[in-house]
Design a protein around this ligand. Structure first.
Ligand code: HEC
Length: 198
């Protein structure tokens, strides 16, 4: 029995060593511009969902979906998120295929997680992915506004939808200067003051 246990423990050590060496000595491809490995996404997506579900505080969204809040959220989204997540004229974002894991393209695939979980992801970002932690640059009010915009993206009132079309510039490929989504580093705070809501 003792021999059996020792053999079992040695087996586990060997498997761990092989796994460690595989990662540590460069056998894992680090390029972002390659097809997403189905094994990795099968593991990583549920792991991310579970981690967020476990950690995101169960808080209600303090921002109501008025046109003003939706427009404010849209402006924050357009300035900071559209490059990776797409916009009304470019449902396939400029960086859609340039990230690993890929950034979800929200125009075609609206985020369906509870708002407190979306807020948590926006605030803290996602480690080892391109998703930044916006709690560093946006205040709580702004993060709730963009969260509210996300959960209404597929059912925007016509006025907000029109404002988005204007803010996003011309359709993809048009010569309007706003047609190329850019990371607007200066616009990130949108002139708002940092508010501490938690
Ligand atoms: C530089 C690219 C980039 C920018 C800019 C960016 N994101 Fe992301 N985002 C990502 C990536 C990549 C993921 C996927 C992470 C993963 O699956 O591990 C992601 C995931 C998310 C998710 C989780 C979606 C889901 O269904 O799991 C939300 C919500 C989100 N982003 C919102 C935003 C908001 C709001 C902004 C702007 C304030 C933003 N992101 C800006 C790259 C970006």
């Amino acid at each position: 029995m003792r021999k059996y246990l020792l053999g079992f423990a040695a087996g586990i050590v060997v498997v761990l060593l092989v796994g460690f060496s595989y990662v540590r000595f460069g056998f894992v491809n680090s390029c972002a511009d390659m097809p997403v490995n189905s094994m990795e996404s099968m593991m990583a997506m549920p792991a991310l969902d579970a981690s967020v579900a476990r950690r995101a505080p169960e808080v209600p969204n303090p921002v109501s979906p008025t046109d003003d809040n939706l427009v404010a959220g849209m402006k924050i989204y357009q300035a900071n998120c559209a490059t990776c997540h797409g916009d009304v004229h470019r449902p396939e974002a400029m960086l859609a295929d340039a990230l690993y894991p890929r950034a979800p393209q929200f125009v075609d695939d609206a985020p369906d997680m509870p708002e407190n979980q979306n807020f948590y992801i926006i605030q803290h970002g996602v480690r080892l992915s391109g998703m930044p932690a916006w709690g560093q640059t946006l205040n709580a009010q702004q993060m709730w506004q963009v969260t509210t915009f996300l959960s209404h993206m597929d059912k925007l009132p016509p006025q907000v939808s029109d404002a988005w079309k204007t803010a996003a510039g011309g359709p993809a490929g048009s010569s309007s200067p706003a047609a190329t989504p850019t990371m607007d580093m200066h616009g990130m705070n949108m002139g708002g003051k940092k508010m501490n809501m938690q």
